[in-house]
Design a binder for this molecule. Structure first.
Ligand code: HEC
Ligand code: HEC
Ligand code: HEC
Ligand code: HEC
Length: 184
């Protein structure tokens, strides 16, 4: 009798610990993929960030690694398949190095360098409520893993470690991919 009560207690405590753990996990921001930002960031009046991004080379950065040109570049570095090598993926794919637990089911390597490279993993800030609070300046950025974007972090990838490096000037090159929200 006493023994089975102990068992019930133990199962209860384990269940509690387990559920708390799961809860903690859901509070960590995850990468959700660019398609999740599309529905709210497509209209011209809203700045069409998604169409601008999808036409940019960032959106095809993973596909680029599958080209003959990429294979030739890889060969020089002793890499057979650039689409499978961390040495190339680390700059051609968002959050390549992040653990699997930080990636939602909708995350895809095929998306290349996405919004979330520059704005942070989106799971906690993607809701209309949080997005509006961010725009209004009433939401703490770190609490939802949000990054407003800056031109200083471009050189994490646009640097001479890139085997095809082209001189990069953040202010100037930004103009090719700028996506401001129209005022008014
Ligand atoms: C449910 C709709 C919705 C989704 C989904 C959404 N956003 Fe937003 N986002 C908004 C709204 C609304 C604003 C406020 C700007 C405005 O009023 O036009 C905004 C503003 C922003 C801003 C500017 C915030 C500021 O400080 O002014 C950024 C950056 C942004 N979104 C990025 C993203 C990214 C990246 C994703 C996908 C991970 C995403 N959004 C998904 C609705 C959304
Ligand atoms: C995670 C790495 C990464 C970051 C961060 C990054 N880029 Fe890129 N960017 C790339 C890669 C990779 C390509 C090449 C993609 C291809 O050609 O398929 C690229 C291409 C570009 C291009 C097109 C260049 C061309 O030859 O046509 C521009 C413009 C650009 N990036 C601007 C920026 C700016 C501005 C920032 C910062 C706000 C930035 N990038 C941040 C990885 C990155
Ligand atoms: C290469 C980095 C990069 C990528 C990729 C990127 N952004 Fe941005 N984004 C920025 C930077 C930097 C700013 C801030 C520009 C400024 O302050 O002038 C910004 C600003 C914004 C703004 C606010 C514009 C304003 O006028 O206030 C929105 C909304 C936005 N981004 C949405 C997105 C969405 C949605 C995607 C993907 C579809 C995306 N961004 C992809 C770097 C990026
Ligand atoms: C340090 C970040 C970084 C690494 C590592 C990296 N790339 Fe890139 N890659 C970039 C950037 C940024 C661009 C766009 C501009 C440039 O070439 O500097 C680019 C562009 C390219 C292009 C297109 C060049 C063109 O002419 O448009 C190819 C092909 C490419 N990379 C292949 C590779 C391969 C293969 C690897 C692995 C051996 C690799 N990259 C590793 C950052 C990187």
């Amino acid at each position: 009798m006493k023994k089975s009560l102990w068992m019930v207690g133990l199962v209860f405590v384990l269940a509690l610990v387990f559920s708390m753990n799961l809860f903690a996990q859901t509070e960590k921001a995850q990468y959700i993929g660019a398609a999740k930002c599309k529905m709210c960031h497509t209209a011209k009046a809203k700045g069409e960030a998604h169409p601008i991004w999808s036409k940019s080379k960032h959106a095809s950065a993973y596909a680029t690694l599958g080209t003959e040109e990429a294979k030739a570049v890889g060969k020089k570095a002793g890499i057979d398949d650039p689409q499978k090598s961390s040495k190339c993926l680390k700059c051609h794919v968002t959050a390549y190095d992040a653990p699997a637990t930080a990636k939602a089911a909708t995350y895809k390597m095929e998306d290349g360098v996405t919004c979330e490279t520059c704005h942070g993993p989106g799971s906690l800030y993607q809701s209309m409520k949080v997005m509006k609070a961010l725009a209004a300046g009433t939401q703490d950025h770190a609490a939802v893993s949000y990054n407003p974007g800056d031109l200083k972090s471009c050189v994490k990838c646009h640097n001479q470690e890139s085997p095809t490096y082209k001189p990069f000037k953040a202010e100037q090159d930004w103009k090719q991919i700028a996506h401001p929200t129209p005022k008014g």
